[in-house]
Design a protein around this ligand. Sequence first.
Ligand code: FAD
Length: 434
Amino acid sequence: MKNNKPGLRIGIIGGGISGVALALELCRYSHLQVQLFECAPAFGEVGAGVSFGPNAVRAIVGLGLGEAYLQVADRTSEPWEDVWFEWRRGRDASYLGATIAPGVGQSSVHRADFLDALVNHLPKGIAQFRKRATQVEQKGGEVQVLFADGTEHRCDLLIGADGIKSALRSHVLEGQGLAPQVPRFSGTCAYRGMVDSLHLREAYRAQGIDEHLVDVPQMYLGLDGHILTFPVRNGRLINVVAFISDRSEPKPNWPADAPWVRDVSQREMLDAFAGWGDAARTLLECIPAPTLWALHDLAELPGYVHGRVVLIGDAAHAMLPHQGAGAAQGLEDAYFLARLLGDTQVDADNLAELLEAYDDLRRPRACRVQRTSRATGELYEFRDPVVGANEHLLGENLATRFDWLWSHDLDADLAEARARLGWENGSRGVLRQG
Ligand code: FAD
């Protein structure tokens, strides 16, 4: 955008990882005016871990957030620093194989720490809280978003980063003549908790269980269940997620009025894993007050854009967590849009083409990640139609299964988007001072 033109006004709805990461990068450019609206009274994340594959780490670094990330990120210590997960039989913890992510390994953070680290870099005046978007209208190249408190905001581009229960998604789908998409229950629930690693070490020692299982990320696999562990907060805590699936219904139903997250007793969790081996059970016995999450995802959407409104992150492609890839896809969206919108060649006239390139280039990949996340859950729980419970095939499959996901060249997608826009070279905007 030329300097004599007014700045492009960008509104972002939702202050989760996707929205905040995008806002942080966009607000650096003097040719953009950015406002972020969050419905909660403050930024906040749940007290759990989140793990990032090499593609996510590249997006984080590309968004200029590498330093903030490294301050809070964990990496397994040598000589296992490149291990993403070791795979084990849930019944007796015997070793089935490992997946290696060279140079990154299991890169994970405590969610709240990561969001705090990002938010600390957000300039004052960008974010507004207690702003729940309820309705969107588009007229003459301007977007008007209405909030539950009766106020409104007008902008040139509105970005829906409002999560799996997105209010903006129906506007985008309706604009394309499509029916609204509601999240679908997967039949899988996850018990979550954080364990003090010293406590777990003592419990394992007392049971004669190898302490290696504390230090290196583990995934215990069984029929219709799996349990993962990885360290966070410099290894002081171990993040635990224990998944259990009911596959008796082809289309499982979660009652509309039932909460997706609730506190449960340790007894309930232990009963769900009654037939599992000592390592798995001792681990779960260290979680006195687990929470239970009903896991939902979205069907693949036929489009992420309507006019000047675009969806990113879970609002566009919420997925099951079995590849640890949901937040990563939101970060890839943010990186992709930030690189194009941060270019001085963007203006109101080429915005439609820019958004079309985003939809064409990002959507097929995000949909594939959604699809494979579901399929990976089946594989972990011995329900893959080819692999089943064949441990040899399972180990072989898992060794290379994530390569395509982690090695994707997002900069090549950006180069294609620029070529479509007729932007021969990237031209980064002028950074704001201070
Ligand atoms: P959200 O985090 O949902 O943020 C949306 C924000 O919008 C919220 O702050 C919300 O309050 C706000 N909002 C909602 N509606 C409105 C409105 N109408 N107006 C204003 N604001 C609104 N991903 C990984 O990459 N790695 C992992 O290891 C991983 N593990 C996971 C484990 C589990 C058990 C689960 C359930 C998910 C996991 N994920 C993982 C997925 C990841 O958590 C999500 O993909 C990611 O947090 C989505 O971020 P987001 O910013 O797009 O959406």
